[in-house]
Design a protein around this ligand. Sequence first.
Ligand code: SAH
Length: 236
Amino acid sequence: MNRGNNFDPAEIAKFTEHAANWWDLQGDFKPLHEINPLRLDYINQKAPVAGKKIIDIGCGGGILTESMAALGADVTGVDMSEAAINVAKLHLLESGLTIEYLVTTAETVADERAGSYDIVTCMELLEHVPDPVSVVSACAALVKPGGHVFFSTINRNIKAYLFAVIGAEYILNLLPKQTHDYAKFIQPAELAKWARQNRLNVADIVGMTYNPLSKIYKLATDTSVNYLLHAQREDL
Ligand code: SAH
């Protein structure tokens, strides 16, 4: 497989199908809207974003992308769903922000722009691609020496299956059915290993929990379902 073809057309089709709802706060992407302040805060604390050059890989309709631009970052958003990118571009008319959006993969943009970014964000994407290691490697290539990379994904264990698939898709209807494939979930130790193999030093791993009774998401030490990983590229 050509590195730039590291995407699953069936996955892209799923996101394309729901693209029109991207900015509906009560719609298919409601969980992404709800977790956004948490992850934005986390990123901004570890690597203040104002004035930084950032690339957001798998940006979808631009929820995190816009929030970083609103804090004064110079952001590029990349996604393989043209429909999602079109929605993201359209939303700029509403927000008045300036963001560069590209329909491409992490690997292709890394070939063209290696070492160009202070911060790389790649949220809720790794569990949707055929070869996640290749995406980690592309993110490591995109960041400048000493720069920061943030990933978020879903852990792989029985609890993650019950919460992220059965609970979120079938009981609580937080996400459309078949959004996630359990086999593609990634354990924190696996992601940390892939990061290190690409000269990304893992600085922190934090969990994100959801309480279905209070309907509140929180950052927590519990990484058993959703989690974020922060890494810093080694200096040359
Ligand atoms: N990162 C965003 C959206 C997550 S949804 C957020 O957290 O708010 C996952 C997104 O990844 C979808 O928009 C989908 O189209 C995109 N995607 C899936 N595989 C991809 C690939 N190989 N390259 C680029 N984007 C991809």
